[in-house]
Design a protein. Structure first.
Length: 573
C-alpha cells in the first residue's frame, strides 16, 4: 500500500462569550442523539477561524464533528456544527426595578424574616477553595483512536465491531462517512470522554531527577514542521517534506515489527504566532515526544513550553541550540561543532606523535566554527610538545618562480607518515587546495600521506574522488550514507515506489534522517531492546551539564583509501 501523507493542521482554540443568532436562521438544523447541529455548506473564501467565530464554537469542536477537515477546508463541503445555546451571565440580566426588588429579595430568602438566614456563607471553606484553585473544567472532549482503512470497500459495521463501538457513535463523530469505505479513509473512533482541566500550579515544578527517556506503552509522537501550506512563495519546504516522508516509511516499517504508537503532524509555519497557535490549541496534550523544526525566534518559545508541559523535544536540524544547555527535555540530533572538535582533540596523542604534521593555509580561509578546530589543534600539539609545520600559500612577485605544490612537496617526509591538515576554506578554495596537495603527492610519490577533511567535503563532486583516494583522506561528520550498501539501495527503491521520485541531492539526505530518528526513538521510548542499524545517522547521547538536555555525540570517520574504497567507522569514545 502506498503511503499517503496527510498533514494535520492544528488550529488555535478560541472561545467567545457572545452568541450569533439571527444570521443562522436560514441554516437547516439536524438533530443527532438529542443534540442539534447546523448543516452548513462551506462558502468561498471562508476559514475555520471565521466559522468558529460565527457559530460561537471552538475550531476543535468543528474538526471533531468533521474529521476530514484535517486535510483542509474546501468550498462546497457540508459541515455539522454544534448549535451553541446562549445563556447570559448574571451580570447581563435586566436590572430590577425599585418597585419589586425588595419583594423578590424576600421571596428568595424566606428564612431572613425569622432572624435566621438560610443562605450559605459566600466565603468558601478551605477544601472548596483548594479544589477550585487546583483545577477547573474548561470543556469536555472525546479521546479518539485514529484508524486508516486498509482494505478496499471496508464495511463501517465491521470496523465498529472490531473496536467494540456502536456504529451510530462512529457516524456521529464522522459525519458524511459512507457505510462502505474506500481504502485510505481516516476514521476517528471515539474511545472515551474526558474533561479538559485547567490546572493552576502553586509552585514551580522541577524536572524529576531521573532525566532518562520515559517509557510509554503506546507512545504519542507529534511532528512539528514548517510546511507553510498557506505560503505559496515558500521554496524551501522540499527538505521538510522529504524528512516527513522518511518518517512515514519508518512508521510503516515499525508497524510491520508490531510496534504500536500514534503519530500526528502539524504545520508550524515560520512565525512565532503560527507556532503559538499549535502549542496552545490542546492538540498536543497527549503527545509524549515532539519532533520539531523551528527557527531561532520560535525555539525559545518551544523550549519554555516543553519545560512547562514536560514534553520531550527531538530537534533534528540545527546545531546551534543554546536552550539545550538548560532544558533537560531536549534531544539535539545535530551537535554543536565544539562537541565534534572536542572528540577529535581527545584522540590519543600517540595517534599524532611520530607523524610529520603539515598545516596548509592560504589567503582565502573561512572564519566559521571550523576555524576553532584548526586553531585549537595547533595549540594542543604545542601543549604536548608535538612538532608541526605551517605552510602558507603567499604568492611572491611575478618575476620569482613559485609553485605551491613544490613548496608542499619539499616538506613531505619519506621516513614518516605525513598528516596534512588544511585550514577551513570555502568549497571552491577547498577544491583548489586538494588539487595542489595531490600535485605535491605526485612530485613525491613515495611519501605516505593522510589528509584530514571537513564534513562538507562529502558534497564534493565525483571529479574529486581520485585525489581523495590518492591522499588517503579522512573526513569527520555526524552523518554518512553509503549508497553502495544493499539496505540503502532497497530504501531508495522503496522510496521511489512510494512517492514517485528520487531522494533530494542534499547532505544529509532528509528522508534518511527522518527514517533513522523514528527507527531509533520509537523502540527506545516503547521500552523495547530491539535495535536497528541506521542508514545515515548514528546516535550516542551525552547530557550537557547537570540540568541540560542531551546532545548526539556520535561521530563518523569516513576514509577514502588508496585502494579506492570508502570505509566509515564510529569514532571511539
Amino acid at each position: 500500500m502506498k503511503l499517503r501523507p496527510i498533514i494535520a493542521l492544528c488550529t488555535c482554540l478560541v472561545f467567545f462569550t457572545l452568541a450569533v443568532k439571527a444570521q443562522e436562521n436560514n441554516i437547516p438544523v439536524v438533530k443527532l442523539f438529542d443534540k442539534e447541529y447546523y448543516k452548513y455548506e462551506v462558502q468561498a473564501s471562508e476559514t475555520l477561524y471565521g466559522l468558529s467565530r460565527r457559530f460561537n464554537v471552538s475550531q476543535e469542536e468543528i474538526i471533531a464533528m468533521n474529521p476530514f477537515l484535517i486535510e483542509g477546508l474546501k468550498t462546497g463541503q457540508i459541515l455539522l456544527i454544534p448549535v451553541r445555546i446562549f445563556e447570559p451571565d448574571k451580570d447581563e440580566l435586566p436590572e430590577k426595578t425599585p418597585d419589586n426588588s425588595a419583594e423578590k429579595s424576600q421571596e428568595k430568602t424566606p428564612g431572613k424574616s425569622c432572624g435566621k438566614s438560610s443562605q450559605k456563607s459566600l466565603k468558601p471553606n478551605e477544601d472548596s477553595l483548594s479544589a477550585a484553585s487546583d483545577s477547573s473544567v474548561l470543556f469536555e472532549k472525546w479521546e479518539y483512536e485514529y484508524y486508516t482503512v486498509e482494505k478496499w470497500r471496508e464495511n463501517l459495521s465491521d470496523i465498529a465491531d472490531n473496536f467494540g463501538v456502536d456504529i451510530d457513535e462512529i457516524r456521529l463523530h464522522n459525519p458524511n462517512v459512507p457505510d462502505r469505505l474506500p481504502r485510505g479513509s481516516l476514521l476517528m473512533i471515539p474511545i472515551k470522554k474526558i474533561e479538559v482541566v485547567s490546572e493552576i500550579k502553586t509552585a514551580e515544578e522541577e524536572p524529576s531527577e531521573d532525566l532518562e527517556p520515559k517509557i510509554f506503552r503506546k507512545p504519542n509522537i507529534a511532528l512539528l514542521l514548517p510546511f507553510m501550506l498557506d505560503d505559496t512563495t515558500a521554496n524551501s519546504i522540499e527538505r521538510y517534506v522529504e524528512f516527513y516522508e522518511g518518517v512515514l516509511m519508518a512508521a510503516d516499517s515499525l508497524k510491520q515489527l508490531n510496534f504500536s504508537f500514534e503519530l500526528s503532524v502539524f504545520d508550524t509555519g515560520n512565525t512565532l504566532e503560527s507556532l503559538r497557535k499549535v502549542l496552545t490549541s490542546g492538540w498536543l496534550d497527549r503527545a509524549n515526544y515532539v519532533i520539531a523544526a523551528v527557527n531561532n525566534e520560535q525555539m525559545m518559545f518551544l523550549s519554555d513550553w516543553s519545560v512547562r508541559e514536560k514534553k520531550y523535544l527531538i530537534l533534528p536540524f540545527s546545531s546551534r541550540i543554546p536552550e539545550t544547555e538548560f532544558n533537560p527535555y531536549i534531544y539535539q540530533i545535530n551537535p554543536p561543532h565544539s562537541l565534534n572538535h572536542q572528540a577529535l582533540l581527545e584522540l590519543d596523542t600517540s595517534y599524532y606523535a611520530g607523524k610529520n604534521i603539515l598545516f596548509i593555509r592560504t589567503g582565502n580561509e573561512s572564519s566559521d566554527e571550523r576555524r576553532e578546530l584548526f586553531d585549537t589543534f595547533q595549540i594542543s600539539l604545542k601543549h604536548y610538545g608535538i612538532p608541526y609545520i605551517e605552510i602558507t600559500d603567499n604568492e611572491p612577485p611575478a618575476h620569482i618562480a613559485y609553485s605551491f605544490p613544490d613548496t608542499i612537496a619539499r616538506h613531505l617526509s619519506l621516513d614518516k607518515e605525513n598528516l596534512i591538515v588544511p585550514a577551513p576554506f570555502p568549497m571552491t578554495e577547498s577544491n583548489r587546495v586538494i588539487t595542489m596537495i595531490g600535485s605535491a603527492a605526485n612530485i613525491k610519490s613515495k611519501a605516505r600521506i593522510t589528509l584530514l577533511g571537513y564534513p562538507e567535503w562529502l558534497a564534493l563532486s565525483k571529479n574529486n574522488l581520485p585525489q581523495l583516494y590518492q591522499l588517503n583522506t579522512h573526513v569527520y561528520s555526524n552523518y554518512y550514507a553509503d549508497f553502495q550498501d544493499q539496505k540503502l539501495k532497497q530504501f531508495q527503491k522503496r522510496y521511489a515506489y512510494e512517492f514517485g521520485k528520487d531522494l533530494l541531492n542534499t547532505f544529509p539526505r532528509y528522508a534518511l534522517m527522518g527514517y533513522d530518528i523514528m527507527m531509533y526513538f520509537v523502540p527506545k521510548i516503547s521500552g523495547s531492546e530491539w535495535e536497528t542499524e541506521s542508514l545515515q545517522h548514528g546516535f550516542d547521547f551525552v547530557r550537557i551539564g547537570e540540568n541540560g538536555g542531551q546532545c548526539n555525540r556520535h561521530l563518523f570517520i569516513i576514509q577514502y583509501t588508496p585502494q579506492r574504497k570508502i570505509i566509515s567507522r564510529a569514532l571511539p569514545r
